[in-house]
Design a protein around this ligand. Structure first.
Ligand SMILES: Nc1nc2c(ncn2[C@@H]2O[C@H](COP(=O)(O)OP(=O)(O)OP(=O)(O)O)[C@@H](O)[C@H]2O)c(=O)[nH]1
Ligand SMILES: [Mg+2]
Length: 315
């Protein structure tokens, strides 16, 4: 299955709900009268786009050239293009400015950090990159084991074009910064292309735990003053708009450079990406560097606003 098909099938729950809403809205009059607009607004809010975004979309829709009578297909196409336009500034794949490029992965418990690291490592290694992964989640002994399963899988999937190497903690309960430091040292010595740092899940109200993240940053900067080159927050899409508060809290502790949205296949609220796009986190919205639409090794890929919008409305 290609990536567009994966997005389309991953977004099924969101798409089905939204399409049903659009159908009902149009069923009333087959044109954009007040009742239709109201029903459309409801459908967009149900997709978790937020009220202001839903209203802004409808304002744009009223200005758009639409056929009379308005068909479902025309409505979907118009909405898809308006949604894609709003999401466009969010699209930004990860870059590799340094060797090794250091990518710090953070997020709340169970967001999908470890799984995502496995998927990223598999992709990059199969493209010929040598990837080192730091097991800096030292909270649970099982965390290292889980990461090891993923890095082994990723290493195999690379068919020896590249490699994936895990650096575990020196001892149980080791300091996460020490693991990150040792992993960067190893990545530098072995001329790895990329270092991914897995971290423990932490809730945004635990400022003591959040403070560990800048400590990791300070520690690895002793080896490379430009690291980390990316600080990525992993967000669970099933939480919808409430992830925005997570972004704000993490961003206060450690400047984020991008987001990865996981579990888009497990929710009908994929429209919350529009709410994220409308949010200013200091320098505007934060870019989405990848999205996850399933649990398999291939279920992670770039965020393409046009493909996403098309799939979301079922156009
Ligand atoms: N359906 C679906 N499940 C996902 C996706 N990404 C991750 N998961 C699942 O989410 C669960 C948690 O994933 P982990 O990678 O362990 O999350 P984590 O952030 O490392 O969790 P902690 O280390 O405990 O904080 C696992 O069961 C994953 O398979 C996705 O895109 N879609
Ligand atoms: Mg984990």
């Amino acid at each position: 299955m290609n990536w567009f098909s994966r997005i389309t099938s991953g977004l099924t729950r969101s798409t089905t709900n939204l399409t049903e809403g659009l159908k009902q809205a149009l069923g009333i009059a087959a044109k954009l009268d007040d009742a239709t607009l109201e029903a459309l607004e409801e459908a967009l809010i149900a997709a978790d786009t937020s009220l202001p975004v839903a209203q802004a979309l409808l304002k744009d829709l009223r200005k758009a050239k639409l056929p009379d009578p308005l068909t479902l297909e025309a409505l979907k196409a118009a909405l898809a293009s308006l949604i894609a336009e709003r999401l466009a500034p969010l699209a930004m794949p990860l870059t590799f400015p340094s060797s090794p490029t250091v990518i710090l992965i953070a997020g709340v418990n169970g967001a999908g950090k470890t799984t995502t690291i496995g998927k990223l490592a598999a992709q990059w290694a199969s493209e010929g990159q040598n990837v080192t992964v730091a097991a800096a989640d030292t909270f649970r002994a099982a965390a290292v084991e889980q990461l090891k399963v993923w890095t082994d899988r990723a290493d195999k999937a690379s068919s020896r074009k590249g490699s994936v190497t895990i650096i575990p903690p020196a001892k149980v309960g080791a300091d996460s910064s020490a693991v990150a430091y040792a992993a960067l040292e190893s990545a530098q010595n072995n001329k790895a292309d990329i270092l991914l740092i897995d971290t423990a899940g932490r809730l945004p109200n635990r400022t003591d735990l959040l403070a560990e993240l800048p400590k990791i940053t300070r520690t690895i900067q002793k080896l490379d003053a430009t690291a980390p080159h990316h600080t990525v927050l992993v967000l669970d899409a099933t939480l919808g708009q409430s992830t925005i508060q997570q972004v704000e809290e993490f961003h206060k502790q450690i400047p984020l450079t991008g987001l990865i949205i996981t579990k888009l296949d497990g929710t009908a609220r994929a429209g919350f990406l529009l709410a994220l796009a409308a949010k200013n986190f200091g320098n505007g919205p934060l870019p989405i560097v990848a999205i996850g639409v399933g649990e398999g090794l291939d279920d992670l890929g770039p965020f393409n606003p046009k493909a996403f919008a098309t799939a979301l409305v079922g156009a």
